[in-house]
Write a protein that binds this ligand. Structure first.
Ligand code: PBG
Length: 330
């Protein structure tokens, strides 16, 4: 038999596989999400996220330093807010001496070149775990929430945050935040918008980590986060955020939404990030801990799939583990 085209020829050797490899993953594509809490010398395990912990600021600095030394460009920090500081009006979200501003200044002071991303949303601060203010009938109030998100963004920018990342999915928030940053002379503060954020059930472990699941109870975020059945709508959300002044857009979750990621990158060719969320992390961990999947290989395969689909950078709880692994392999 003579076959002119044998695609296997190029797969035959490691060198030719390397030469035709279309995508790559390096530590510079990774962003590490971290949970910060009040206190000193405290590390708390999160049962549904094996290997990930809530850290007091002093401990956060240690892990953040390791990230920086391994070449991870940026971290994203999420606060665990005490019950006594949560309220109906979420005022703690713009407290200049609150947990996040304190963590940001400590990080920028000790590791100035590590990018710091802060989450802009009310859910750590509301009594009910919703990302927005709620009226007496249970409706999420868009514009009043945006007023608070603007204050929260300015508070974080003032503390030194490099990137503010609205994850709330309120309408018009990117534009209002951008205007406020401009007016207050924070012209270099970047906005990473969670543009296509779905009302996903893969956020469960995160909500355990920040102690929001009980607050939320059986209520959903369906009136602001996107319907998992939709795809064109994601493009519309991304377009609005770019028009309003977002520097980077994000798709979230990751693996169940690779098609969205692909379309967003293809359509706009703008810096496009993806979030491999807590539930995706938990699934992989559960399987590898059981010996059902090979940990290192499965993690790397999941991450290269994001790069192949068009992601510039990836928020992943595996970032530190992968950075350590890559150092070992080099
Ligand atoms: C809060 C926020 C959530 C996540 C990031 N920011 C949870 C939510 O929207 O309920 C989820 C991240 C993850 O699951 O890893 N606005």
């Amino acid at each position: 038999m003579t076959i002119t085209n044998r695609p296997r020829r190029m797969r035959q050797d490691e060198f030719s596989r390397k030469l035709m490899r279309e995508n790559n993953l390096s530590v510079s594509h990774l962003i590490y999400p971290m949970f910060v809490m009040d206190g000193n010398r405290t590390r708390q395990d999160i049962s549904s996220m094996p290997g990930i912990q809530r850290l007091s600021i002093d401990e956060l600095l240690k892990d953040a330093k390791e990230c920086f030394d391994l070449g991870i460009p940026a971290i994203a920090i999420f606060p665990v807010i005490e019950d006594s500081l949560r309220s109906v009006n979420a005022e703690e979200c713009f407290n200049e001496s609150g947990l996040i501003p304190k963590a940001v200044s400590a990080l920028k002071k000790s590791i100035p070149k590590l990018g710091v991303i802060t989450d802009i949303a009310l859910d750590p601060y509301t009594s009910n775990g919703q990302d927005g203010l709620v009226d007496k009938d249970g409706n999420i109030l868009n514009d009043q929430t945006v007023d608070l998100l603007v204050k929260q963004s300015l508070c974080h920018a003032k503390a030194g945050a490099d990137i503010v990342a609205p994850s709330d999915m309120m309408d018009g928030r990117v534009g209002r935040i951008r205007q406020a940053l401009e007016k207050n002379n924070f012209i270099n503060t970047k906005i990473l918008s969670y543009s296509a954020k779905y009302a996903s059930s893969f956020y469960g472990p995160f909500r355990e980590a920040v102690a929001s699941s009980k607050k939320l109870g059986s209520s959903s975020k369906d009136t602001y986060q996107m319907d998992p059945a939709n795809s064109d709508e994601a493009l519309n959300e991304v377009k609005l955020d770019l028009d309003e002044g977002a520097d980077m857009v994000m798709v979230k979750p990751g693996m169940p939404y690779l098609d969205i990621l692909y379309r967003v990158k293809e359509t706009f060719q703008k810096p496009t990030f993806v979030y491999q969320v807590s539930g995706e992390f938990a699934m992989i961990k559960a399987a590898t801990q059981n010996g059902w999947l090979e940990e290192e290989k499965v993690i790397l395969e999941s991450l290269i799939s994001f790069r192949r689909a068009g992601a510039d950078a990836i928020l992943t709880y595996f970032a530190l583990e992968v950075a350590r692994l890559m150092k070992k392999l080099n």
